[in-house]
Ligand binder design. Sequence first.
Ligand code: FAD
Length: 404
Amino acid sequence: MISTILIIGGGQAGAQAIDTLRREGFKGRLILVSDEPQLPYQRPPLSKKFLSGELAAERLLFRHQSFYDDHGIELKLGVRATQLDAAVRKVVLSNGEEVVYDRLLLCLGAMSRQLTCPGADLPGVHYLRTIADVPQIQSALKPGTRAVIIGGGYIGLETAATARKMGCLVTVLEMADRVMNRVVASNVSEYFAHEHRTQGVNIICNTRVVHLDGTTKVERVVCADGTSYEADLLVVGVGAVANMQLASDAGLKCENGIVVDEYCQTSDPAIYAAGDCTYHPSLRFDMRVRLESVDNAFEQAKTAALNILERPTIHDRVPWFWSDQFDNKLLIVGLSQGHDLQVTRGDPATRSFTVCYLKGGELMAVEAINHSKDYMAARKLIADRARPNIDKLADPQVALKEAF
Ligand SMILES: Cc1cc2nc3c(=O)[nH]c(=O)nc-3n(C[C@H](O)[C@H](O)[C@H](O)COP(=O)(O)OP(=O)(O)OC[C@H]3O[C@@H](n4cnc5c(N)ncnc54)[C@H](O)[C@@H]3O)c2cc1C
């Protein structure tokens, strides 16, 4: 009999798991431990409308306090889980408390990868992951502020767009030869770099930051080729790594994240994991992945909750992700690794186009730029392993769903 479920991590996955567990009728003790002092909130607006001040903090919350009260959720906020003893099903918290569970769900998320170059520990080197990171960055977002962003990935580019909209003089320094190089096609990178440059963002690729300089705080970023950039504001967005220390110290199997199966179960049958911290199987793509996306956290949390309640459910979803930069919406669905053909529908000059990836004739991923129709159609087509007619696929006049 499962009488106590303990969830560690109050982000997207933790919040969703609570919802599903109570909605599906779990009446026992339900405890949420989170090291952030806030009620669970949404992270995506932190680099977008919350950073620009267009969205109030209240609007980020998944649920208000009354929901947790009404549903009998024991919230332990601002408290960290420091030790897991899987043999006796016990977790030790940073306040000294010990919690014994019947089932444990780890929703630990990911942490920002830290810069390691000299000067990286100077005050004023900002990362953007939690709501607590925002005020200091936000207070510098004023006309004329020289903002340097290290990293041209999603978070770096979204932050750059927000800072530019607020009048900052923005420079993005990217080590690779193009922005978002790990996640999108080269013509999509080119498109976004062009959009940023048109708005006045200085994007510099093929540059490696080797040193941060300053007396009482960071003032300058120095690159390997000797160039340097004065910075009133410095934000680092160079990727994230899974929070898995708690799990690996407890002997759970971990690789690129906490290893789970398609039921979101870890190597310990009483422990499940969901969201950014997991290294999980993608059944559609026959590979293991670690994803940082709202959709994945949401879906895995639901799956884990149902399995904890002994209703066998498989996580078998085609992943998707979005990014907002200036007035552009990038929607990505599927996984493009291993593709053998790439087809672009439409002309980037029209500011609306789609890149399709195929493998062995099957559609496997789509990057839709300001084209939600293609994205919507692709979600089903990819799941169905649909095989397009290539001529029709390449013709933007033919609706994507009619190309099969
Ligand atoms: C700035 C930003 C913008 C983003 N934009 C997008 C977007 O546009 N689209 C999209 O799909 N995704 C976006 N993401 C990613 C998305 O927010 C994450 O994929 C999602 O939040 C993952 O949910 P999660 O529950 O796995 O982890 P998180 O939401 O990160 O929650 C994990 C929680 O666990 C806590 N925790 C960790 N260890 C412990 C411990 N030992 N004890 C107690 N608590 C612990 C953490 O502090 C955190 O509060 C963005 C992320 C960021 C940071």
